[in-house]
Design a protein around this ligand. Structure first.
Ligand code: ADP
Ligand code: MG
Length: 157
């Protein structure tokens, strides 16, 4: 069921999150605006995914993404957050983030400790890196979606 909507192409502005301290954990997550989140299929599974991401018209990088319940809205709305597997020199709030979601890693879990959470995310990142090196996933890195001018929103292109 998690795979039904994949590959999923999406682009939108990076907004300020709700300060869960992702960056302090060394795993910053670029949050999409509420409007972008609302445009997602309502039955898409929450959990951790992998795919490709690009900020503005920059390079395309591997990413892990979480679709979860947004505590800011008392968990009635989803949040979509992308951790790009790349070290950026600066934050990129307000920029346009383009992503393609290619695969599902695991459901959202509750962890007993911060250490357990961080090590799960490190494993997600390793899994994403391995998966994205497969030829079937590598080819999406070159997809025209990442080179089209903004505004040409094409999910079923
Ligand atoms: P917030 O709660 O505002 O989302 P985070 O601690 O999750 O704060 O940090 C997210 C911000 O960090 C992003 O919006 C982006 O500007 C910046 N950032 C820097 N490097 C990355 C990266 N590799 N992946 C995602 N965001 C990054
Ligand atoms: Mg965030």
């Amino acid at each position: 069921a998690a795979m039904r909507h994949l590959p999923y192409f999406c682009r939108g502005e990076v907004v300020k999150g709700f300060g869960r301290g992702s960056k302090e954990l060394g795993i910053p997550t670029a949050n999409f605006s509420e409007q972008v989140v609302e445009s997602f299929p309502s039955d898409i599974s929450t959990g951790i995914y992998y795919g490709w991401a690009c900020v503005g018209n920059g390079d395309v990088h591997k990413m892990v993404l979480s679709i979860g319940w947004n505590p800011f809205y008392k968990n009635i709305k989803k949040s979509v957050e992308t951790h790009i597997i790349h070290t950026f020199k600066e934050d990129f709030y307000g920029e346009i983030l383009s992503i393609v979601i290619l695969g599902y890693i695991r459901p959202e879990n509750n962890f007993d400790s911060l250490e357990a959470l961080i090590s799960a995310i490190q494993e997600d990142i390793e899994e994403a890196k391995r998966q994205l090196d497969l030829p079937e996933h590598l080819k999406l890195k070159e997809d025209n979606f990442f080179h089209l001018p903004e505004g040409k929103m094409v999910n079923n292109h």
